[in-house]
Design a protein. Sequence first.
Length: 234
Amino acid sequence: MNLSRRRFALALAALPAGCAFRPLPPLRSVAAPAPATPPALRPPALGQRWTYRKYNGYNSALLATEEDEVSALAPYVVIRRRSDASPAILEEHQQPWGQVQREPGWDDVLNYEQAAPLWPADPSPGSRSVHRTHYRIDGESYRYWITQHTTVRGWERVELAGGARLALRVEKFIRLEHRDVSRSETTRRDIVWLAPEIGRWVAREITGEYLRPSAYSVSRGLEDHHRWELLSWS
């Protein structure tokens, strides 16, 4: 989070209750029983699409409508992301399917040395896993370390604009070395509600925070808080 974003957050906190922006309400979901037979993850195919609304978690603002589309299958699966808020086209890479090699959801695009799983090898509720690797940023050669702790919380029925969806809630707690050397203890939380039959998440929510030590004190900073909610898929 840059200085202007931090000042904005502090200004919001100082506003009277009647004037303050409203944080994004929690995703509407309820616990659901696990399917009798766990569904397999839908395999990728050229032209598959998922359309999402992207929200700001701090003030509930709709930031963009984004479309993810499978544009290549080899040598890795490429998912191209287009947004009505920007002309830039971002790419997500997976190899194999369900293992992310290139991830554009954060402040920088992360290129992992070892692909990070969308969910653990054991997707049963309560399972846990730890994944350690390094990542690089486009145009840089330095290797930054990253550790991802993943917990499968269980099945939930999620209420979305297009109706209710059964999804597996997967929570990730991430610690990483950030390229901003003035930071320390950068941590992130990434929650995905994965629907295996569509091959992707029906909702995803990310947040992050860090410490910034100085000569006399340590301040706390916040990263972006975003949530994506599925509108349609094909």
